[in-house]
Design a binder for this molecule. Structure first.
Ligand code: SAM
Length: 176
C-alpha cells in the first residue's frame, strides 16, 4: 500500500482555518495517513483529530513543522514529492510514474508557496492549468493515484458508522 502524506504550506490561521481543515479531512477520507502543517495552528490539529476519533482510522496532523526539514527527511527516506500547482505539468502525464512510487508527499499551498518548493519537488503537477482550489486538486489527485477505490475505504475503530441509505440518515454508535 502506498504511504501518502500531505504537506500544507502557507496556512494563515486568521484566514485559512476552514479550508485547511477541509484539506485535512479530504486527505483522511481519500487515503492519506496524515498532514504536516507548516504553520502554528493547534486548532486545526484538534478539529481533525476529533473527527478521526469519532469516525475511525489513525490520521494524524503534525503542527508547525519546518517544511524544508520534512521534505529533506522524506526524500532521504526514499519518498517522492509532488507539488500541486496550476503552473505544473498535467497530472495525467505523470500518473504512471507516480503510481509506481511507494512513498508520496503531496504539497498544497494556500495563497502563495515559497518558490523553493518548485525546485525541491519531483513533480509540479497541475490538475488542469486553471486556478481552482487545493481541496479539489487534492481530491482529484488522491482519487487518480489510488490503487483501490478510495470511495470504498473503511476506517477501523470508529465510534460512529454510517449505514448507507438511499433516503435519510442511519448512523450506528459503537459503544465499546
Ligand atoms: N495564486 C496561487 C499561486 O500562485 O499558487 C494559487 C493559490 S490556490 C487558491 C491554493 C493552492 O491550490 C495552490 O497552492 C495549489 O496547491 C492548489 N491549486 C489550485 N489550482 C490548482 C490546479 N489547477 N492544479 C493543481 N493545484 C492547484
Amino acid at each position: 500500500m502506498k504511504q501518502i502524506v500531505i504537506l500544507r504550506l502557507g496556512h494563515r490561521p486568521e484566514r485559512d482555518k476552514r479550508i485547511t481543515t477541509h484539506v485535512g479531512l479530504t486527505a483522511r477520507a481519500l487515503g492519506a495517513e496524515g498532514m504536516l502543517l507548516a504553520s502554528n495552528d493547534i486548532g486545526i490539529v484538534t478539529s481533525i483529530e476529533d473527527v478521526s476519533e469519532r469516525w475511525g482510522g489513525n490520521f494524524y496532523v503534525k503542527n508547525d513543522v519546518n517544511w524544508k526539514h520534512e521534505v529533506k527527511k522524506w526524500k532521504d527516506g526514499g519518498g517522492k514529492i509532488c507539488h500541486l500547482s496550476m503552473y505544473g505539468i498535467n497530472l495525467l502525464e505523470a500518473l504512471t510514474e507516480i503510481k509506481r512510487c511507494d512513498k508520496l508527499m503531496i504539497v498544497v499551498g494556500a495563497e502563495k508557496v515559497p518558490p523553493d518548493i518548485y525546485g525541491l519537488a519531483d513533480w509540479n503537477l497541475a490538475v488542469g492549468n486553471q486556478p481552482h482550489s487545493e481541496v479539489a486538486a487534492l481530491a482529484i489527485t488522491l482519487d487518480r493515484i489510488a490503487e483501490n477505490d478510495v470511495l470504498k475505504k473503511e476506517f477501523e475503530g470508529a465510534e460512529l458508522k454510517i449505514i448507507p441509505s438511499d433516503h435519510g440518515k442511519i448512523v450506528i454508535e459503537n459503544k465499546e
